[in-house]
Design a protein. Structure first.
Length: 322
């Protein structure tokens, strides 16, 4: 197992380097970080020349990539090209906020999706199955931004008409510096969590139902039933465990989708998360901050795919890595 993990980590290094280089190349040609300063009449031409030289913007893109790569390893992702502030503290601050929303929404979505998927497969073609199949397809069809705006408008109308504050529609806390696990914080992140929860629940429930139906009619399941094993043991020990393998893959791949969805969700609800921070960096054409976001998300996606591959060996004894 350790050999397999080490091999996968080594394979990931050139993948991350290649993806970072291509991202750096495309983002570099998207705009000039000092373009806004050029429009400011108070900034002298000599100052622009000094900034261009200081930021290595007068060098070819390939040379600038290696300057950036040095900053990544030697200076924790370097400093912002616009504010000149260290990037790492901003990454840790915003990532903790995004992680809080994603962990809560994913945890609830996985538990509810698996439970509904199992029951739908056991009660195939029942009213319950038809109802949640329709709900799942509806969840698949909802764009993230539209669902976020819909929830925001709905709870704003409730507050305006009934003067009852149930959930907040923007921000992380009513007061700056509020606790991360207070009632106030939960009221602020409830709608973003609900947005991501509905999308992910539709995905997991459908995949769990399909996986259960693929396994439930297998030969070893029929053999267990023929031996007189109680039905709940057949479902939980023989069907459920093997049906989790596709869900593990979907969950790992969905992490990348959630990080992308978090950009939209955090922008709609004005959350101080890494997605909202990325949008601001992109608008400012801050190359180093944009690259920091892309590198962090790439590492997270690679890491969760590795975790999924390792989990296969625990779910299915037939899978061996050594």
């Amino acid at each position: 197992m350790l050999t397999y993990i080490a091999r996968r980590v080594l394979y990931s290094i050139p993948v991350l380097l290649l993806s970072s280089f291509l991202s750096f190349l495309f983002v570099s040609y998207a705009g000039n970080p000092i373009a806004l300063l050029r429009q400011n009449p108070r900034v002298s031409h000599q100052t622009l020349i000094n900034l261009t030289h200081q930021m290595h913007l007068d060098k070819p893109v390939i040379v600038r990539y290696f300057y950036w790569l040095h900053d990544v390893f030697a200076d924790k992702l370097g400093n912002s090209l616009i504010t000149l502030q260290p990037i790492w503290p901003q990454i840790t601050r915003t990532m903790s906020h995004t992680a809080q929303v994603i962990i809560i929404s994913e945890g609830l979505a996985i538990m509810l999706g698996i439970a509904v998927g199992i029951y739908s497969a056991i009660r195939q073609y029942s009213i319950f199955d038809y109802m949640f199949t329709s709900i799942s397809f509806f969840g698949f069809a909802l764009p993230t931004f539209w669902l976020a705006l819909l929830l925001q408008i709905a709870f704003t109308d409730i507050f305006l008409h009934w003067n009852v504050r149930i959930f907040y529609t923007s921000g992380l806390n009513s007061n700056p510096g509020g606790s991360a696990w207070s009632i106030d914080r939960l009221q602020h992140i409830a709608l973003p969590v609900m947005t991501l929860l509905i999308i992910s629940f539709a995905l997991y429930s459908r995949y769990m139902r399909a996986s259960m139906l693929d396994v439930i009619n297998s030969d070893y399941v029929r053999t267990a039933r023929a031996k007189g094993v109680p039905e709940w043991k057949v479902i939980m020990r023989h069907v459920f465990r093997n049906a989790l393998i596709p869900i593990t893959t979907v969950t790992a791949l969905n992490i990348g989708g959630l990080l992308g969805g978090a950009i939209v969700t955090e922008t709609v609800f004005s959350l101080d998360g890494i997605g909202f921070w990325f949008v601001q960096a992109l608008n400012a054409k801050d190359l180093y901050e944009v690259m920091a976001y892309l590198v962090v998300t790439s590492v997270i996606i690679v890491l969760f795919n590795l975790i999924a591959d390792v989990t296969y060996g625990f779910l299915d004894p037939r899978i061996r890595y050594d």
